[in-house]
Design a protein around this ligand. Sequence first.
Ligand code: MG
Ligand code: ZN
Length: 220
Amino acid sequence: MRVGSRLVVGPHAGRRRPPWSRRARRPAVFVDRDGTLNREVHYLADVAGLRLLPGVAAAIRDLEAAGFAVVVVTNQSGVARGRMTLETVDAIHGELVRRLAARGATLAGVYLCPHHPDAGTPPFRRRCRCRKPAAGLVRRAARQLGLDLARSYCVGDGAVDLGLAASVGARGVLVLTGHGRATRRALDASLPVAHVAANFRAAAKWIIDDAYESARRRRR
Ligand SMILES: [Mg+2]
Ligand SMILES: [Zn+2]
């Protein structure tokens, strides 16, 4: 069917608002950065190296329209390792936000862990609670942004992203961009994967359909 000038298809066609948007706390999609939103390069350390993957802005727009907060959650141990400064990471995130905004896509937040348990020197060398798969960044985002973790998803190309989903009680989606294929080969039963998607765009489509299905099941 047609809503305005936009063709809407799928199980949610014709509904004005997503069924979960009436609740106080929003569900979120916690997205990994490197290899999921942008091309994986070994320790991205300058703005010029930032390359968004195809379809990423459209995927974020679709998730927002479906009522999700889209939150970037990223380990940047390159800071602890001395490969880049926190200022550089901030500049990269500023550029990421700006480029997405230029395409109409808004991030609800960008949360990063600059630590490593063994590399570098304090304060960045430490055993923190925010390095994925630990739950720290997601818990902080949930507090600050008012998010409902039980209805949320974690998307990424690494085992830590699936481990993060398990840590916080969200559903894990593996994308096959970045290190995704190697991650899939190495997966074992200890990491539950709700879905494997070719890329973030496909992951977003699956998440939106899965959320509608889950909401329908809960109402029964
Ligand atoms: Mg990654
Ligand atoms: Zn940390």
